[in-house]
Design a protein around this ligand. Structure first.
Ligand code: KPL
Length: 304
């Protein structure tokens, strides 16, 4: 099969390598010519969890590509709109898989594409990009996939494809709930680590901060309910993840450290919007969004 991947960062490269070594034609859809050229020259360089380096040839383009059998979207949440218009312009009805952080990505894709084509995935595989073409597979995890609109077959298509390539993928019949549940964990951890400049485990030592984390997560749970998603015990999951990923630098802190835009809009920003839509407010999430945005501006000024 011929599979396009929009957004060849760490997860895009990991999936690109997996599919290419499974015998598929992988087309990495890049934003920059230099990166596309490097992929054409060297393929994807994959470093497995034991530190062994492997290579897989891939195609790479900037812009459109014809006759795809599937499209994977791994761009940052704030680039989903542009990925959606790019896919809509491809004139294909192939299934689309969003493997992205935060809330609202599926809804953005569904504004441009037939919702029956769309599947969502979450993964706990640890991967880090290096340079233009390399990916370090830091830790094996789990991938769960589901159709945006069950009973469409989009989710099963992707789960089978990845399984065949040796990447285990569990099928969920309520992926929307899983996405919201993961967002609760991100809301409870990412902005706090980003603003305080600490690793995930350090939050457990911050006794004045824990009640604020809890308030933000409970507020987000109420927003989930307003969207018809019933979640309970999210704050306990936040504490468990802090413990289990104690040494991790959250993706939001990494973004700030690199002077990049964060995905705060797709986390606290969506909670604020949902609360407003349902006639209430979400002051903790509003404040977290504001303060992370301030940090973004400061950091990007420092790094420019
Ligand atoms: O997903 C994460 C992130 O950093 O974005 C957590 C779960 C917080 C792990 O670091």
């Amino acid at each position: 099969m011929k599979i396009g991947i929009i957004g060849p960062g760490a997860i895009g490269r990991l999936l690109g390598y997996t599919l290419a070594q499974g015998g598929h034609d992988v087309v990495l859809i890049c934003r920059r010519e230099e990166q596309a050229e490097r992929f054409l020259q060297t393929g994807v360089t994959y470093v497995d969890p034991d530190g062994q380096e492997h290579h897989a040839p891939v195609q790479a383009v900037v812009g459109g590509v014809e006759e795809l059998d599937g499209v994977i979207v791994t761009v940052k949440s704030y680039d989903t709109e542009s990925a959606a218009t790019q896919i809509a312009a491809l004139h294909t009805q192939a299934p689309v898989l969003s493997l992205q952080n935060g809330l609202g990505n599926a809804e953005t894709l569904a504004r441009h594409l037939d919702p029956d084509r769309i599947a969502l995935a979450l993964t706990t595989h640890g991967a880090t990009a290096e340079g233009e073409t390399k990916v370090w597979h830091k830790g094996r995890g789990q991938t769960v996939i589901g159709s945006l609109v069950p009973p469409s077959t989009a989710g099963a298509f992707w789960a089978e494809l990845l399984e065949e390539c040796g990447h285990p993928a569990a099928l969920s019949d309520d992926i929307r709930r899983e996405v919201w549940s993961k967002a609760m964990v991100n809301i409870g951890i990412n902005p706090f680590t980003a603003v305080l400049g600490v690793q995930n485990g350090q939050l457990l030592q911050e006794s004045e901060i824990l009640p604020l984390m809890q308030a933000a997560v409970e507020e987000a749970e109420r927003a989930a309910l307003a969207e018809g998603v019933v979640l309970q015990g999210s704050f306990q999951r936040v504490l468990d993840v802090c413990k289990n990923t104690a040494e991790n630098t959250s993706s939001m802190l990494q973004d700030l450290q690199k002077g990049r835009r964060t995905e705060i809009d797709a986390m606290c920003g969506v909670i604020v919007q949902v609360a407003e839509k349902s006639g209430s407010s979400a002051p903790y999430n509003f404040f977290l969004k504001k303060i992370v945005k301030k940090c973004e501006t400061k950091r990007s000024k420092l790094s420019s």
